[in-house]
Ligand binder design. Structure first.
Ligand code: UDP
Ligand code: MG
Length: 323
């Protein structure tokens, strides 16, 4: 919990809620999702939902259009291709209006039934109310351990304190959404950006369910890249480690050279030392390549950011029927 500042209690008239749902190939479960979302939202006053179709290759778009035809609260952002969840969420936030915005996954791993509790905390004055997993179900030991490791790493070397076991499922007040919207970097590690903007925040504990239908689009390669994205977006620590590694290796090399010189003076040069030579050459080569790779990761990001491309393209935007 990062509730450093005391929250203001909300008593203004503003109470329009807007739910943002990124969806990529969710045809199997999106109707059930909408049903449960509607049921959870009814008691909360006026609300809207924006579905972002992130270039799905199944029937998701058709089903979303059907949902919109049958429910005037549904808006639809159809992206021109698959841009990934982070960008899909950004597109949703860009099209959202309301006093509080809720971001939730379409696969029912984030229970819509929790939203009333998020809203209650928002009404108590918190700007960010994030759902924190107390138990992870349907996930392997390896995934849990690597996730733990990542959170710890981000906290220790990143300049940003990520709440643990927290996904993107959260409620944000309008001023937080404006703050997040003003961050236009192309490499978007949304969890980091949400945490970076600050504002009084509050955690709500819940049990994360296994997926309702379909399969996750994450694999270990994607997760690894996601972790690199998070780390390089928020800290230059790897660059520092590279410098210190270089320093340590040079110090070690100097000692080694000194030893060689002394030995040659005392005992002559019997032209041995091929193994040690190879060891040194290979080790240095490895360290140099690794360091170059780290620099390359950052350089590549600088390269991507300097292009200043738009984050996404909208193929079509269908506002809510009642707008
Ligand atoms: N998603 C998306 N674009 C993508 C991948 C995923 O919009 O390229 C959406 C997906 O439809 C779901 C949410 O992001 O609503 C979370 O995806 P997923 O369940 O695959 O991730 P996990 O729950 O395993 O983190
Ligand atoms: Mg999921």
């Amino acid at each position: 919990m990062s509730d450093v500042a005391m929250p203001l209690v909300r008593d203004g008239p503003g109470n329009r809620l807007c739910v943002v749902v990124p969806a990529f190939n969710e045809a199997a479960g999106i109707e059930e999702f909408h049903r449960r979302l509607s049921a959870a939202m009814t008691a909360l006053g006026p609300w809207r939902v924006i579905y972002v179709n992130d270039g799905s290759t199944d029937d998701t778009l058709a089903i979303l259009k059907q949902l919109r035809a049958g429910d005037s609260r549904v808006a639809l952002v159809n992206l021109s291709r698959n841009f990934g969840k982070e960008i899909a969420m950004t597109a949703g936030l860009d099209h959202a209006t309301g006093d509080a915005i809720i971001v939730i996954d379409a696969d029912l791993q984030d229970p819509p039934e929790l939203i009333p509790r998020l809203v209650a905390a928002w009404r108590d004055g918190y700007d960010i109310v994030y759902a924190q997993r107390s138990v992870r179900m349907g996930e392997t030991w390896l995934k849990k351990t690597t996730a733990n490791l990542f959170y710890r790493l981000m906290q220790d070397v990143g300049n940003v304190k990520l709440p643990r076991d927290t996904g993107d499922f959260r409620l944000m007040s309008w001023r937080v959404v404006e703050a997040v919207r003003s961050l236009r970097e192309g490499h978007r590690f949304m969890k980091g950006l949400f945490a970076w903007v600050g504002f009084p925040s509050q955690a709500i504990l819940y049990e994360r369910a296994p997926r309702h239908a379909g399969t996750t689009k994450w694999n270990y390669w994607k997760l690894w890249n996601f972790a690199i994205e998070g780390i390089t977006s928020f800290t230059v620590m790897p660059l520092k480690i590279a410098s210190y590694l270089g320093l340590a290796v040079s110090a070690f090399a100097s000692l080694f050279i000194l030893q060689l010189v002394v030995r040659t003076i005392l005992f002559g040069n019997p032209v041995a030392g091929y193994p040690s030579l190879m060891a040194v050459v290979l080790f240095l080569g490895g360290v140099q390549l690794l360091t170059l790779g780290v620099i390359g990761e950052y350089l590549g990001r600088v390269f991507n950011e300097t292009k200043q491309r738009p984050l996404y393209f909208v193929e079509s935007f269908l506002p809510p029927g009642d707008a």
